[in-house]
Design a protein around this ligand. Structure first.
Ligand code: BES
Ligand code: MN
Ligand code: ZN
Length: 490
């Protein structure tokens, strides 16, 4: 996988400054007050910083903005990056400032002269999150990133927090790599292999193959993969860091490695974007990696349905009726509404097998959610206000956009079928909501449930706060925090 830049905390050593290579970054508040480290840089660079500040360089800067002094005389460093960040900045401001620095990180590495007590680790996390590029399918040798060092008074005291941040960055990169991979490389088998490799982190991995899925009765999931040469699989990742016997949180992901639409074929233009249709499964795998890496004290089980939606002589036809593991029959009106068929069976299996305390599913489920919310917010649907609010709070704290939408009987009525228990699509109106209503039919009485439609946020066409354009890893941080707040803190 793409390795995050190495991040280390080192004891403050102002004498080392003159000889330091790479970039030097310093944090300055709007008042232009220089801390000891900045004072030293200023001295070595012949007062360049004070001249810059006196000339009004900070005036047009917003929190998180960076101005660069390139090739400063008096220093070996290639640049001094001045970041505007107030000492009392919150976590998100600190991370965004870090992200601005992460964009500048190159082969020479970077040393941050610590300026403020709070948010130091968040700044490092922001740098590492932003310093990402997917190079696995390029033959030109990618430049490796230099080390990021942060000078602090008490490196040992911050190490535990730094380790958690590293776990989050690695989980996020794991998700981004999966989402970025083209479908001829990330087949259902390759996806399952990458998940199996996480056994070395202490996760218990089970891969359910087609014969098993058949005997379980997962007719909805299997119908999606019929047209593909790649075998349909369900991968289960169990993390048991909590108390024995505590019911786990279940995370369920849509892992359609490519969505052609099936017989209800999508138009050619933009179809290449459907390599990201396994985004929900990618987030589930990334969160599980983060939880394992940081040794979360919680029981969480991740389940992903891995399948490819292809047209062929064996593909499911519009009008076919398939039977779910639950036993309900579904008339497949549109083979392009396949994500809900995948989730229905995997969600049912998750509840039957693990009796979870709560369940969250993630899916790049509908184009309609992009029309409604754009690329700023994921769509949130739930049957439980307390659970839903806990998630929304976690997402907000992490700076990951999430917005709840309504559900209700009238939307569910749209799914009535003439010949089966339900059809797999409603009409054009409220397409994201009728999709959520379909899923709700596979949620058991008493299971608090959240559905996250991440079609608009899993991969985007321009840079975001924490990521260059492309795969974002949206949700790894919010779900990791939800686990910490709701389960680990009790
Ligand atoms: N994978 C798509 C949804 C999607 C669209 C994800 C754009 C990311 C970007 C999903 O399987 C799909 O095709 N949904 C249909 C549903 C319709 C047939 C009811 C859609 O949104 O058009
Ligand atoms: Mn589709
Ligand atoms: Zn799809």
């Amino acid at each position: 996988m793409t390795q995050p830049a190495k991040t280390t905390l080192v004891a403050t050593d102002l004498d080392a400054m003159a000889e330091m290579s790479g970039r030097i970054a310093l944090l300055i508040g709007k008042d232009g007050q220089l801390n000891a480290g900045a004072e030293r840089v200023n001295e070595l660079a012949g007062g360049a910083l004070t001249r810059m500040i006196e000339a009004g360089a900070l005036e047009d800067m917003k929190p998180g903005d960076v101005k660069t002094l390139a090739w400063p005389s008096g220093l070996k460093a290639e640049a001094v990056d001045i970041v505007l960040l107030e000492p009392g900045a919150d976590q998100i401001e600190a991370r965004k400032a870090g992200a601005a620095l992460g964009k500048l990180l190159g082969e020479g590495g970077m040393t941050i002269l610590d300026a403020s007590e709070p948010g130091r680790v968040d700044l490092m996390q922001g740098i590492a999150l932003r310093a990402y590029s997917f190079g696995a399918r390029k033959t030109s040798d990618a430049k490796s990133l230099g080390e990021v060092r942060m000078m602090v008074k008490d490196p040992a005291g911050l190490e535990a927090q730094m380790n958690d941040a590293r776990a989050i960055v690695e989980g996020t990169f794991f998700t981004r790599d999966l989402v970025s991979e083209p479908a001829n490389h990330l087949t259902t088998t390759e996806f399952a292999n990458r998940i199996s490799d996480m056994e070395s982190l202490g996760l218990k991995i089970t891969i359910l193959e087609e014969d098993k899925l058949e005997s379980l009765g997962m007719g909805c999931l299997l119908s999606v993969g019929h047209g593909s040469a790649s075998p349909t699989k369900v991968a289960v990742m169990e993390w048991s860091g909590g108390k024995d016997g505590d019911a786990p949180l279940a995370l369920v992901g849509k892992g359609v490695v490519f969505d052609t639409g099936g017989i209800s074929l999508k138009p050619a233009s933009g179809m290449e974007d459907m390599t990201m249709d396994m985004g929900g499964a990618g987030v589930v795998a990334g969160v599980m990696r983060t939880l394992a890496l940081r040794g979360a004290k919680a029981n969480v089980v991740g389940l992903v349905g891995l399948v490819e939606n292809m047209p062929s002589d064996r593909a499911t036809r519009p009008g076919d009726v398939v039977t779910s593991m639950k036993g309900d029959t579904v008339e497949v009106i549109n083979t392009d509404a396949e994500g809900r068929l995948v989730l229905a069976d995997v969600m049912w299996y998750a509840q039957e097998t693990y009796k979870p305390r709560a369940m969250i599913d993630l899916a790049t489920l509908t184009g309609a959610i992009i029309i409604g919310l754009g690329h700023e917010n994921a769509g949130v649907f739930s049957n439980d206000d307390t659970f839903c609010n806990a998630f929304l709070k976690a997402a907000e704290a992490e700076g990951e956009g999430a917005w709840r939408l309504p559900m209700g009987q009238a939307y569910d009525d749209e799914l009535k079928s003439q010949i089966a228990d339900m059809k797999n699509v409603g009409g054009r109106p409220a397409g994201s909501i009728t999709a959520a209503q379909f899923l709700k039919r596979f949620v058991q009485e008493g299971t608090p449930w959240i559905h996250l439609d991440i079609a608009g946020v899993a991969s985007v066409k321009s840079d975001t706060a924490y990521a260059p354009k492309g795969a974002t890893g949206w949700g790894v941080m919010a779900l990791n925090r939800l686990v910490a707040d709701m389960i680990e803190k009790g």
